[in-house]
Write a protein that binds this ligand. Structure first.
Ligand SMILES: Nc1ncnc2c1ncn2[C@@H]1O[C@H](COP(=O)(O)OP(=O)(O)O)[C@@H](O)[C@H]1O
Ligand SMILES: Cc1ncsc1CCOP(=O)(O)O
Ligand SMILES: [Mg+2]
Length: 268
């Protein structure tokens, strides 16, 4: 265990003070969950995917989060326009490759999006990160079939290929940039029993990237806050419905001392 980096709290306080506008192009399943999580964190979410308006919306936002969970041709057109505009304007782009590896369409769209405009941060579960790195990952739709440890080298390969930050979530979260790795041991197994917790991690990462231009730190801080709020929620009531509700309250009420006493972060 490392001493608490004060910057986690500094970043959280900054989000709460500034309420950065986070533009989300995300899936129908989690729109409500991730908007509420961003609000509980202190950010200001908007779910906007029409190709006709995404470029204008990116221009007024502090970060763009792109999630391919329920993609179709219209979503994909909006994603491409928004990602290119965000890169042109120097705004952070966070990408969640939900279910990549499951179908040829998802694989093709993911590769197209990555080449159109390279995201600053990718966050996925182990199966998704392995599939994105071109490994023959076993995938089961949107859930991982392997532990996060199995995808660390795939994350490193992806990060080195395009220079961004890659996060593999799971029992241990790995945040990888080149040869640098941070691990977060916070969280609770029940988090995987609530749909949209991975998407929520990605959305929160967008909020941290909006206020911290060191994207390795931003992603690490987001995963730490996510994990600590998740374990606090599970301690209140260890069941999925309650966890979903309590997660928002714990996120909203998160204190510096809770972060300090619970943080399980290591770096190498
Ligand atoms: N077994 C676990 N123990 C602790 N935290 C977990 C566990 N599984 C998932 N999480 C947490 O749940 C969140 C979602 O991760 P994950 O389930 O890997 O994403 P996805 O929903 O995209 O598959 C992350 O914050 C992760 O740390
Ligand atoms: C169930 C489901 N189906 C398409 S998108 C989606 C949500 C996936 O969310 P997460 O990856 O955060 O569990
Ligand atoms: Mg996911």
């Amino acid at each position: 265990m490392f001493p608490t980096p004060p910057s986690i709290w500094t970043d959280l306080a900054r989000i709460r003070a500034q309420a950065p506008l986070i533009h989300n192009i995300t899936n129908f399943v989690v729109m409500n969950n991730t908007a509420n999580a961003l609000l509980a964190l202190g950010a200001s979410p908007a779910m906007v995917h029409a190709p006709e308006e995404v470029e204008d919306f990116v221009a007024i936002s502090s970060a763009l989060v792109v999630n391919i969970g329920t993609l179709d041709a219209t979503f994909v057109a909006g994603m491409k326009l928004a990602m290119r505009r965000a890169k042109d304007l120097g705004k952070p782009v966070v990408f969640d490759p939900v279910g990549v590896g499951a179908t040829a369409y998802r694989n093709r769209v993911s590769q197209e999006l990555l080449t159109q405009a390279t995201p600053d941060i990718i966050r996925g579960n182990a199966s998704e990160i392995m599939a994105l790195a071109g490994l023959n990952a076993q995938t089961k739709g949107v859930d991982s079939t392997v532990g996060s440890d199995a995808a660390v080298e795939a994350a490193r390969r992806l990060s080195k290929a395009w220079g961004g930050v890659v996060v593999v979530s799971g029992a241990t979260d790995y945040i990888v940039q080149g040869d640098q790795t941070a691990t977060i041991g916070n969280g609770h197994p029940l988090m995987a029993k609530v749909t949209g917790m991975g998407c929520t991690a990605t959305a929160l990462t967008g909020a941290f990237a909006a206020i911290n231009a060191d994207y390795f730190r931003a992603a690490t801080h987001a995963m730490a806050v996510m994990g600590i709020a998740g374990e606090l929620a599970a301690e209140k009531q260890a069941a999925p419905g309650s966890l979903q509700l309590n997660f928002l309250d714990c996120l909203y009420q998160l204190t510096e001392s809770a972060i300090q006493s619970r943080l399980n972060l290591s770096e190498r």
